[in-house]
Design a binder for this molecule. Structure first.
Ligand SMILES: [Fe+2]
Length: 288
């Protein structure tokens, strides 16, 4: 088992079988003689829906149990990541105690973590539990960092009291400023609510309100190579202009792809990215 997981790890992070799909073969051959940039390894976990009571269950799933199992699998198979991005819906009860338990569970990984909120989150409690990630006293909970040849940006689509999300004009301006700083730097954008429909009726109705402005900005920003979201508790791949738009399974409950609300029995999951002169991404599920 350990051997299989090690092989999976090597193939996923470093394997020559996963050359990025955003390069043409000409570009690849041109770059064959140029030293490849250092790979950046990013893991995304999303929609943990944790409770202050570690035995609480959501739709039949013990959310702490599956979350801890996901962290253990990441540790075994992808523990050498550079960044762990948590893309919202972290606390179903939105309680400070729950975020403090999350902080404890992340342990030494915290300095490699970045967090954005979902609809099931509370900004004030997140600020209190993770002051080093959110030094500002108010405003959206965003992040932007440069690493290797890449920039990682996280948007805050939380709309208090609502299930749907919104990225307001101020945040769009902030995003535009971030993109202006390095117009040629490849960018990976994270946001809880997907900025496009995933063709699942009930989820598309509670998506990102006013997504058109964000979509326009993405389409005008070719340096954005991919957008990565949560919220829909299932894997999906779409396209916005030149960028791919991915969603990622929850670490807890999975939703089905039917028009009406449904659940899916797929195992909890997470997503990895390997970023270099292109990128490779893959969804992983909890091993049996
Ligand atoms: Fe969620």
């Amino acid at each position: 088992m350990i051997i299989n997981e090690n092989i999976a790890d090597i193939l996923d992070w470093f394997g020559p079988f996963h050359l990025a799909d955003i390069q043409s073969s000409n570009e690849k051959s041109k770059q064959a003689s140029i030293p490849r940039p250092m790979s950046i390894r990013v893991v995304q976990v999303t929609d943990a829906h944790l409770f202050r009571d570690p035995d609480s269950v959501l739709a039949g799933v013990s959310t702490w149990k599956t979350f801890r199992a996901v962290l253990e699998q990441i540790d075994r198979r992808h523990g050498n990541f550079d960044y762990l991005i948590l893309t919202g819906d972290l606390a179903q009860d939105e309680e400070l105690d729950t975020y403090l338990l999350l902080r404890e569970a992340l342990g030494d990984w915290l300095e490699h973590c970045r967090i954005i909120p979902g609809n099931h989150d509370n900004r004030a409690n997140l600020r209190q539990a993770f002051p080093e990630l959110f030094p500002n006293k108010d405003g959206p909970l965003t992040f932007a960092l440069s690493t290797g040849d890449w920039k990682l940006i996280g948007l805050d689509s939380h709309l208090p009291g609502e299930i749907k999300g919104r990225v307001d004009a101020n945040q769009l301006q902030w995003l535009q400023d971030q993109l202006r700083i390095g117009p040629s730097v490849q960018t990976l954008l994270f946001v809880h609510h997907p900025p496009m429909d995933i063709n699942v009726g009930w989820l598309d109705k509670i998506g990102l309100d006013g997504a058109a402005d964000l979509v326009d900005l993405i389409m005008a920003s070719p340096q954005i190579k991919a957008i990565c979201a949560g919220h829909v508790h299932q894997e999906f791949t779409g396209q916005i202009g030149a960028a791919k738009m991915y969603t990622t399974p929850s670490t807890s409950v999975q939703f089905g792809a039917r028009t009406g609300q449904s659940f899916d029995t797929s195992a909890a999951g997470y997503r990895t990215f390997r970023l270099d002169d292109g990128y490779h991404t893959q969804v992983h599920r909890l091993s049996d």
